[in-house]
Write a protein that binds this ligand. Sequence first.
Ligand code: 13P
Length: 247
Amino acid sequence: MRKAFIAGNWKMNMTAKTGSEFIKQIAPLVKDADCDVAFCVPAILIPAMTEAAKGTNIAIGAENVHWEKSGAFTGEISSDMLKEYGVKYAIIGHSERRQYFGETDEGVNKRTLAALAAGITPIVCVGETLSQRKSGDTENVVRRQLEEGLKDIDDITKIVIAYEPVWAIGTGVVATDEQAEETIAFIRSEIGRIFCPKCAENIIIQYGGSMNASNCKGLMAQPDIDGGLIGGASLTLDFAKIVNYNK
Ligand code: 13P
């Protein structure tokens, strides 16, 4: 059985002060969750958020991680730096990184391997743009992102995949339950083909893109959807309703 996993992606929001206050407010509302719960936060907030989340069931993640342990990489953060604060997850290959900061499948692969080597669980994001979907390319795009981004991984079940259709991110246009399930089932079958059938059964695959307190139940009821990667709705106490989707 796969354990559900609901994670927030704060993107470039919150400050150490507002974030700590928020974690304190939401912690009692998510304490009885049956799923794993995390917030992935801007690097500079990690010390304060790990402190605020101490003694709760909330794990803290990063929004990216570099592939080298140290060196001349201005603006980047290494896995060692994250580990020092007990960071458990790192989002890798988010479409905003791909779109605005030139991240490639090759970079995604290097970052994913580095996170795994450090014992950080990568949340690897894949997903198609609207024009790719309209031209019937969704499966080709996602297949390429999986094949290129997940090369040379020994135990694929140690990563989490987030399927985030770019057209659904921050737009309020959520994928229908059927659209999300269809592509996530495809991703699972690709993991079976590229890695092993057992791996496909065990890997956690989240949906992300305008997921909120009203649409989470339907999405989470789909057989292949194991969780959510939540942007906007993870900045409000509504996030607790998503975490408690089954109550
Ligand atoms: P929204 O939930 O704001 O659409 O963002 C989704 C996302 O990008 C999570 O990584």
